[in-house]
Design a protein around this ligand. Sequence first.
Ligand SMILES: Cc1cc2nc3c(=O)[nH]c(=O)nc-3n(C[C@H](O)[C@H](O)[C@H](O)COP(=O)(O)O)c2cc1C
Length: 176
Amino acid sequence: MSQNTKITPTLKENLLKYDDLIVTKTDLKGNITYCNECFLNISELEEKEVLNQPHSLIRHPDMPKAVFQILWNTLNEGNEFFGIVKNLSTSGNHYWVFANITPSFDESGKTIGYFSARRKANNALVKIMDNLYKKMVQEEKRHNDNNRAIEASTQILNNFIDEQGVSYNEYLISFT
Ligand SMILES: Cc1cc2nc3c(=O)[nH]c(=O)nc-3n(C[C@H](O)[C@H](O)[C@H](O)COP(=O)(O)O)c2cc1C
């Protein structure tokens, strides 16, 4: 169980400025090896509370499991991930980001970790994804079997993207 299960979410949002850039790096397991000042400020954390901790430290309970499954599948295939993510700060407030996560490679092409850069997410896109994520979380809660829950929730996301007539990445990038 991660530390953030002790935090009670509020309805308050910590707002990012348009030119804010949140950066973190992780090892292959998603443990944080680097973070910038912007990450610490918006998450209301100190560096010593963050380094070597799993990135789920800031996981918000409103985020569907399926999104993180897609994130890890995408990275494991050696591709970059784009996503809208709601994160939790220490006070229980949240902040929405447009995240771009990429694998970092060594000289031989081996993946040695991951790099995440996030900016303020487009407000219209946040509204759409917030609504979609609520349906996905609701679906995940209906299933006792974790794999089945993620499968059904991913189906909701895929159906939505199919309706848009473009790929997932194209859809998200169209709002930037
Ligand atoms: C580089 C990188 C950045 C990540 N950023 C976040 C993030 O901002 N918020 C988040 O909840 N999970 C993030 N994750 C995913 C977490 O590692 C984790 O899969 C997720 O929080 C779900 O955790 P859980 O399965 O323990 O509930 C990131 C992973 C990587 C590799």
